[in-house]
Design a protein around this ligand. Structure first.
Ligand SMILES: C[S@@+](CC[C@H](N)C(=O)[O-])C[C@H]1O[C@@H](n2cnc3c(N)ncnc32)[C@H](O)[C@@H]1O
Length: 265
């Protein structure tokens, strides 16, 4: 496989993830603890009766969690038909009440078919990083802004180059090698996100919700595993260590993954 995937290879990657993992969280990411943290953090910005759009929802794992947290109406979109088929299967297993509040459809974040100003909140979780360059990421941000009501909120949980660099600098101090950027990802540039935004968006807040978790699981955990030589897999998110680290207050700026809260002007 090449070092950097083009858009077709990225599409093929996500189709493969849907086929391999079905409804499991792993279709979206191996680190389910960060996925739970994302839902917990984003839910703080959702209110009962909101109309919410979750773009790049994969198999709907997080979309349904949002619907369980608040009395909202939520629509999940993904451009991979196999992901949406899994999301529909997930819906079939839900209670009649939840089924009435969640829907899924195919859609591409760079050209949404949703009407203007239809949503109170739009969510993207690890989706913009699948677009190959800033121009496409900006186009996607514009589309998300377009479908938001004025005064609505865009909640963007994505990996950034700056967060990734700071984490790797921390690792290097302790003799750990750099964590590479996956070949299907283009991490966001925080400077561009804050200074080159579409006119209709204003950056209200950056939340480093996963900073402590990243230090504990990407620096401390591999060091402990190496020192003890006990065969522990530092990448296993299902250890009690990870569950406990996910409860830590977020100190510092070492999380690759951050939440950007934008207001629609
Ligand atoms: C890392 S998964 C994130 C899934 C989900 N948001 C979550 O919280 O777990 C990225 C998803 O974005 C989707 N995606 C990538 N590019 C997209 C695009 N241009 N339009 C819509 N979805 C896209 C992929 O198919 C994949 O399901």
């Amino acid at each position: 496989m090449p070092d950097i995937y083009d858009l077709e290879q990225i599409r093929a990657f996500w189709t493969g993830q849907a086929k391999m993992h079905g409804q499991a969280a792993a279709a979206s990411w191996s680190d389910v603890r960060v996925m739970e943290m994302e839902v917990r953090e984003i839910s703080k910005y959702l209110s009962d009766h909101d109309r919410v759009l979750d773009v790049g929802c994969a198999n709907g794992f997080s979309t349904v969690q949002f619907a369980r947290q608040r009395q909202i109406r939520i629509r999940g979109l993904d451009y991979i038909p196999e992901m949406i088929a899994e999301a529909h299967r997930r819906l079939d297993a839900l209670s009649t009440h939840l089924r009435g509040t969640v829907e899924f459809a195919q859609g591409d974040i760079t050209s949404l078919e949703e009407p203007d100003g239809a949503y109170d909140r739009v969510v993207t979780i690890r989706v913009l990083i699948n677009l190959r360059n800033w121009d496409l990421q900006l186009q996607a941000l514009r589309e998300c802004a377009r479908v938001l009501k004025p005064g609505g909120t865009l909640l963007v949980s994505e990996a950034t180059v700056q967060g990734w660099r700071r984490l790797n600098a921390f690792r290097r101090e302790w003799g750990l090698t750099d964590i590479p950027v996956p070949p299907f990802n283009e991490y966001l540039d925080e400077d561009k996100l804050s200074k080159h935004l579409p006119n209709e968006l204003r950056l209200a807040k950056i939340v480093n919700f996963a900073s402590s978790y990243y230090v504990a699981t990407r620096v401390l955990k591999p060091l402990l595993a190496k020192a003890l030589g006990n065969g522990i897999d530092p990448a296993d998110p299902n250890m009690e260590w990870n569950r406990w680290c996910a409860e830590l207050p977020p100190w510092g700026d070492y999380g690759t993954q951050k939440l950007f809260v934008f207001e629609r002007c």
